[in-house]
Each structure stands twice: as structure tokens, then as C-alpha cells.
Design a protein around this ligand. Structure first.
Ligand SMILES: Cc1cc2nc3c(=O)[nH]c(=O)nc-3n(C[C@H](O)[C@H](O)[C@H](O)COP(=O)(O)OP(=O)(O)OC[C@H]3O[C@@H](n4cnc5c(N)ncnc54)[C@H](O)[C@@H]3O)c2cc1C
Length: 261
């Protein structure tokens, strides 16, 4: 019998005793872990809202909000259209109607994490506030605080096939660009076997320089060199690095051309 706590305090106490939170159970499918080791958090109160944060611009997305509900939310569509596009590429409808935001972040391999990292989203947890890759072990994610999408923002998921595909690599970028000069940029990659990570050297290369005569090949080489990933049965680490470099560089060039048009 899986315990079903009705308060946050009870859920956290069960986790401290060694239990594992289970939400939509699309990763923790029946049989994935012994039932008596799980904590069913799917009915915990107060974790299924999508609300305006007090800062006036961010959305507070409850950990139990399903990926499909998030994808269809009118405020998310208006403020974070890149997220809506990404969610359309995460699993199929049947999985998205069960899969939660908390499970995507808690799994550690979800496509949302690089997106949240590039957007400097904050995780509100039972152990305080953290960035998107720093959910403390055993902490309960309560909500994600997602800032509005900046004028330049994109996320690209490459899969092994055209649709309903496991993730090869997901990349995300948020930038402020003034007169062809990048004043700030956050670039992240992750998903599947690639741990979510910022690409700090690529960010440093772009920041403050004029993009007029920019050496895009140098950016692509830096990303390939910097991305920490591994090979699996379907793709080599080098292939993942090349795909990530081309996705980021290609979309950035496209976005700049669109901005200049
Ligand atoms: C066929 C299929 C295709 C998929 N495709 C994709 C894909 O394309 N992209 C992708 O990103 N994912 C994919 N997934 C993985 C998964 O569906 C999602 O990542 C989903 O969001 C997990 O949410 P869940 O509620 O089902 O998590 P669960 O299975 O309930 O839990 C997953 C992990 O998160 C932890 N967890 C859950 N909630 C919390 C919380 N509130 N606080 C702390 N930890 C928590 C659990 O302890 C567990 O470790 C796929 C899964 C399937 C079955």
C-alpha cells in the first residue's frame, strides 16, 4: 500500500524516512520501485495551481500541474510561447496528461530543465529556493517560479526521430540584444542522458561583443568543446555535441536576422 499523505509536512517526513515521491508515475511506473518505498503526492493540496507571482511578471507553476495542462494554459501561451512549443514535443498526449512539472524536474533528465535553467527559473521547495538544477535530494518541489520570456528566447529539442521521440538533446537560450550587441545571455542544454547544464564559455564568448562580424564557427566549436555529455546505444557524445552546437548557432543567427529585419 503506497502512503498518501494529506499534508506537506507528512510528505516531507516520509521522504526523510527514505521514501520516494511519486506524482504522475510516468517515470516511476508500477514495478519501477517497491510500492512501500513510494509516497503518493498526487493529492497533496495547494500544488496544482498556475498563478501570477507577487513580482508581477513571473508565473508560479505548481509541482502537480500536468505538462498538458501547462501547455494549454492561456497565460503560459501569452507569456512563454517557447515553453508551449517545447511541451508539444514532450512525450505524447497520453503521457502529458499524467506527467507533472515536479516529476519532470525531479527526474533530472526532463526537457523542461534546460528551458528553466536558461530562463533563470527558481524552484520553490520544502528546503528553500533553488535554481533549476539544484533540487536538494529528498526535497519536495512545491512550485516553479518562471519569469516571462525575454524578447530573444528559444528552445529546441532534437529527438532520434521526427515525432514522439526520446530526447537526443534539448537546448535553450535567453538573451538581451541591443543594437547587435549581446548585453546578457544564458544558454543551457540537457535532456535524456545529458545532465542539464549552463554553457558558460559560450555565454562568455557572446557577451558584450558586436555580432556584426561575429565568428559563428568559433561559437559552434566552443559549444562542442564545452558540452558535457555521454554516448548511448543510439548516438555518440560527439554527435550530441555537434547537434547542440548547430541548433544553438543556427537559431541565434536566425533570431538576429529576424530582429534586424
Ligand atoms: C513514453 C514516455 C515518453 C516520455 N517522453 C519524455 C520526453 O520527451 N521528455 C521528457 O522530458 N520526459 C519524457 N518522459 C518522462 C516523463 O514522462 C516526464 O519527465 C514527466 O514529467 C515525469 O513526471 P511524473 O509526474 O510522471 O513523474 P514521476 O514518475 O511521478 O516521478 C519522476 C521523478 O520525479 C520525482 N518527483 C516527482 N514529483 C516530485 C516533486 N514534487 N518534488 C520532488 N521530486 C518529485 C520522483 O521522486 C521521481 O524521481 C517520457 C515518459 C514516457 C513514459
Amino acid at each position: 500500500m503506497i502512503p498518501k499523505p494529506s499534508t506537506l509536512a507528512e510528505a516531507v517526513a516520509l521522504s526523510q524516512a527514505g521514501g520516494l515521491f511519486a506524482a504522475g508515475r510516468t517515470v516511476l511506473r508500477p514495478g519501477a520501485a517497491p510500492d512501500d518505498n513510494l509516497i503518493d503526492i498526487s493529492r497533496l493540496p495547494g500544488l496544482d495551481g498556475i498563478d501570477e507571482a507577487a513580482d508581477g511578471g513571473s508565473l508560479l507553476i505548481g509541482a502537480l500541474v500536468t505538462l498538458e495542462r501547462l501547455r494549454r494554459d492561456a497565460r503560459v501561451m501569452a507569456r512563454n510561447p517557447a515553453l508551449v512549443a517545447l511541451l508539444g514535443l514532450v512525450a505524447g498526449l497520453g503521457v502529458r496528461t499524467l506527467a507533472t512539472v515536479g516529476g519532470n524536474v525531479g527526474w533530472g533528465a526532463g526537457d523542461l530543465v534546460p528551458f528553466l535553467l536558461a530562463h533563470d527559473a527558481r524552484l520553490e521547495t520544502s528546503e528553500g529556493v533553488h535554481d533549476a538544477v539544484s533540487l536538494p535530494a529528498g526535497a519536495l518541489l512545491l512550485a516553479v517560479r518562471l519569469p516571462p520570456q525575454p524578447p530573444m528566447s528559444f528552445v529546441e529539442k532534437a529527438g532520434y526521430r521526427a515525432a514522439f521521440s526520446p530526447t537526443l538533446i534539448t537546448v535553450a537560450l535567453c538573451a538581451e540584444v541591443l543594437e547587435q550587441r549581446v548585453t546578457s545571455v544564458r544558454i543551457a542544454a540537457g535532456g535524456g542522458v545529458t545532465r542539464p547544464q549552463r554553457l558558460g564559455r559560450a555565454e562568455a564568448l557572446l557577451t558584450g561583443v558586436s555580432l556584426g562580424g561575429f565568428d559563428w564557427q568559433c561559437l559552434a566549436d566552443t559549444i562542442e568543446d564545452e558540452l558535457d555529455t555521454v554516448s548511448d546505444a543510439l548516438a555518440s557524445a560527439d554527435h550530441r555535441r555537434r547537434v547542440a552546437a548547430r541548433l544553438i548557432t543556427g537559431r541565434l543567427v536566425e533570431e538576429l536576422a529576424r530582429g534586424a529585419a
